[in-house]
Design a protein around this ligand. Structure first.
Ligand code: 26W
Length: 795
């Protein structure tokens, strides 16, 4: 911020007066938050404009994503502008508590989980690295639902972040465009959010589209006093950007979702074409030299036929010319190999929603079929397997690989699985198109902002360059035998645990012992992530402590946070089970000092910022081969938590960097799982032979736990013990991995007690987290996929 303290105070006072008609002394915390936001928006306006002007002459990258999970902006913006301390001082002088002002901001939660949060971290890195790169997405009026618990069951409530509008967005009516569907057209109105880089004047943009009706009111119907139908068109149009689909990992093939995808993709492409023509005219030969578009999973892949349509139908390019530009412009990231998540559209629906785009998709498929017939003349089965249109379904992942110059996975192991299994046919056809881009996280939000105490210690030891160059953390290894530093690490962890204890007391009314091990699993609820393995272990531990109360044991608090997709019944049953186990254990005086279970309600970015710094143990226990990368694992590591995990996703690279001896790796590896599947895995084997396991599994159905007549525990039990036409018994190997997991937990419980040796492991994890900065990831995308270069406003 270019303004000084005195000026800043005046600005806050001005906006409280302008917007709310009050003196600052009368303002609520929310009003102060808004005024601060307005002051920041005014302060950055000039730099934002200048950045756009500068970038307009350069090649720019656009990140197309149906989700951006931004969280709160205030704290992050103040830090990146370098004025957090000044703002705190001004507020203190005014008698206002900065933390309460920060808490007045609603999370911007336009995403489900990992994929959306990755997009948000990428934007922070792009701006900080002065790279011309922006986000394009949907301005959902309702983000991911708010979660509450009733009788231990998840209840979803609408999320309403726009209830009072949004101070960080600027509407740009002049850039409105029209998007047309088979059954009519809507207006797409853009709202821009500034993405403020750290330590730079550059300000990048996240442009989110809102759907509006072409007509506000049907006057004919209104005059006939048919008020309901008079606003029907308006409602139908505006439904398109109404709500974020709360499914991650299952594809429902719903019409509204296809409309959402086409809506934001078409609007964004029209916007990009208009900007291009303004500068470069209508010669599109140079288009890929100025425009790179990243498709975040298959959700925006309809951009490929849509850009063909815009070029061929509207700009008059030949099909061949258009195709060669399209291939050079787009690239695609795959975020999952779960079969049920690979998007497919029913031809009938697709044709109805976007008839012309369907014709073009057929054209692309015909071209592909011709090419496959030439390349694999003797392999008709393969030609069929690789078709974009198969029977009556359109395979978006195939369209994505065929219509782009690069396909990437999000961690080394994941990319290898794509190349050699899931996408093998395609890798053989286009080996040069396949790349790995291991995910990363922004250290500005996930260390500097979330953990100022640890940040200060690191800066004291190695200087502050780590804030924009996380590889600097390696220098911390010099302190691995420095007792004073190790003790400081422990005391910072303790302080962050106490902060979390206070939060849990305030919002959930639960008491937690900060001297217990904080073992945390926070991520979406999914069977492959195996929250069930975690709670099974807790049940076993409880059974054992009851039998053997004098057992030597370091008290543990198991903490969970997870939303389940509203239609995912087994996931909801697991939430209920964890809540019930929590209730039983937490009220048992016999185990009270030793075991505590907390399920944090409504887990979200702002709460994550309190949880990661307070963790001793990071739970990363997915069935090997299923978690594409994980990014929570990196946030834990950066904050000095040790990982208990399988060799899955980016866990592999985390222990490669930090050392297996400094973490707790257990369980089946990818190849072992394949072997077991091949020879036929029977969960009855571990069920009958692993000590204590039978009792745990039986407790689902023997009356120990009670699902209130919903039958969901029976369903979970059957999914573990019985084969069904749609899945194998225990398809995620919960029972098979149980014993190895319990042994790893035992080691943790013993090793934790040697505080100095534990602190060394913490330090080794922090010191080796440098690779997992999203700055590194984004540099790789910029250099190897987008071919964009930094352009920096002068200081
Ligand atoms: C069509 C329904 C649907 C919705 C969302 C299918 C798939 C998704 C996402 C791809 C799920 C997702 O968020 N994947 C996660 O992406 C993260 C960022 O790359 C990875 O770290 C996680 O491992 C991966 O599960």
């Amino acid at each position: 911020m270019r303004v000084g303290k005195e000026e800043l105070r005046k600005q806050i006072e001005k906006y409280v007066k302008v917007s709310f008609g009050k003196e600052i002394s009368e303002a609520t915390e929310f009003e102060v938050y808004r005024a601060l936001g307005q002051a920041i928006m005014e302060d950055i306006a000039e730099d934002w404009y200048e950045t756009n002007k500068l970038y307009s002459q350069k090649k720019q990258a656009y990140y197309f994503s149906a989700e951006f999970l931004m969280g709160r902006a205030l704290g992050n913006n103040l830090i990146n502008l370098g004025v957090l301390d000044e703002v705190k001082e001004v507020l203190t002088e005014l008698g206002i508590d900065y933390n309460k002002v920060e808490d007045a901001e609603e999370d911007s939660a336009l995403g489900n989980g990992g994929l959306g949060r990755l997009a948000a971290c990428f934007l922070d890195s792009l701006a900080t690295l002065n790279l011309p790169g922006h986000g394009y997405g949907i301005r959902y009026r309702n983000g991911i639902f708010n979660q509450s618990f009733k009788d231990g069951y998840q209840v979803e409530k609408p999320e309403t972040w726009l209830k009072y509008g949004d101070v960080w967005s600027v509407m740009r009516p002049a850039d409105e465009v029209i998007v047309s569907f088979g059954d009519g057209s809507v207006r797409a109105v853009p709202y821009d959010m500034p993405i403020i880089g750290y330590g730079t004047r550059n300000i990048n943009t996240l442009r989110l589209w809102e759907a509006k009706s072409l007509v506000d009111l049907d006057l004919g119907k209104f005059n006939q006093q048919d008020y309901l139908h008079a606003t029907q068109d308006k409602t139908r149009a505006e439904d398109i950007s109404r709500v974020l689909y709360p499914n991650d990992s299952t594809d429902e093939g719903k019409k509204l979702r296809l409309k959402q995808q086409y809506f934001f993709v078409s609007a964004s492409l029209q916007d990009i074409l208009r900007k291009y023509k303004r500068i470069h005219g209508t010669n599109f030969d140079e288009f890929p030299s100025y425009v790179a578009i990243q498709l975040n999973d298959t959700h925006p892949v309809i951009a490929i036929p849509e850009l063909m349509r815009l070029f061929v139908d509207l700009e008059g390019l030949s099909w061949e010319k258009a195709w060669s530009i399209v291939e050079k412009t787009f690239s695609y990231t795959n975020h999952t190999i779960l079969a049920e998540a690979l998007e497919k559209w029913w031809v009938g629906l697709y044709e109805q929603v976007v008839p012309r785009v369907y014709q073009i998709t057929q054209g692309i498929n015909n071209q592909l079929r011709g090419f496959l017939a030439e390349r694999f003349p003797n392999d008709p089965a393969r030609q069929d397997r690789m078709s974009i249109i198969q029977g009556n379904m359109i395979h978006m992942a195939w369209l994505a690989i065929y219509g782009t110059h690069a396909t990437n996975g999000v961690a080394a192991l994941h990319t290898e699985i794509l190349k050699h299994k899931e996408l093998k046919d395609w890798y053989e056809l286009y080996p040069e198109r396949f790349l790995n881009k291991t995910n990363g996280i922004t250290q500005r939000r996930w260390l500097l902002q979330s953990n100022p105490e640890l940040s200060a210690l690191i800066t004291e030891l190695i200087g502050n360059e780590w804030i924009t160059d996380l590889s600097q953390l390696k220098k911390l290894e010099a302190y691995v035998d420095d007792e004073e530093v190790l003790k400081k690490l422990l005391s910072i962890k303790h302080a962050k645990k106490i902060e979390l204890v206070k939060y849990l007391r305030e919002v959930q009314g639960i008491e937690v012992n900060p001297n217990s091990i904080f073992d945390i699993q926070i991520k979406r609820l999914h069977e492959y992530k195996r929250q069930l393995l975690n709670i099974f272990h807790v049940i076993g531990l409880y059974n054992k402590l009851k039998l053997n109360p004098s057992m030597s044991f370091q008290p543990v608090t198991y903490i969970y946070g997870a939303k389940a997709a509203p239609g995912y019944l087994v996931a909801k049953g697991i939430i209920r089970l964890i809540n019930e186990v929590a209730q039983v254990i937490n009220k048992d005086p016999e185990t009270n000092g030793k075991l505590r279970i907390v399920f944090v309600e409504n887990y979200r970015v702002s709460v994550a910022q309190k949880l990661f710094p307070a963790a001793d143990i990071s739970e990363q226990i997915s069935t090997a081969g299923k978690e594409a990368s994980g990014t929570g694992n990196m946030k834990f590591m950066l904050n000095g938590a040790l990982t208990i995990g399988t060799l899955d996703g980016a866990n592999v690279e985390i222990v490669e960097e930090a050392g297996e001896e400094n973490n707790f790796i257990f369980g089946l590896k990818v190849n072992e799982i394949e072997e077991m599947r091949a020879k036929g895995y029977d969960p009855h084997v571990p069920y009958n032979s692993v000590e204590g396991l039978k009792k745990i599994v039986d407790s689902l159905i023997d009356g120990t736990f009670n699902d209130l007549g919903t039958g969901i525990y029976g369903t979970i039990h059957r999914s573990l013990m019985e084969n069904a036409p749609w899945h194998q018994a225990d398809q995620y190997f919960v029972l098979e991995d149980f014993e190895a997991y319990r042994n790893a937990q035992k080691r943790i419980n013993v090793e934790y007690r040697d505080r100095l040796s534990w602190a060394k492991k913490q330090l080794m994890n922090i010191a080796n987290a440098g690779k997992f900065s999203s700055d590194r990831t984004i540099k790789e995308y910029a250099d190897e996929i987008w071919f964009i270069e930094p352009a920096k406003l002068e200081d």
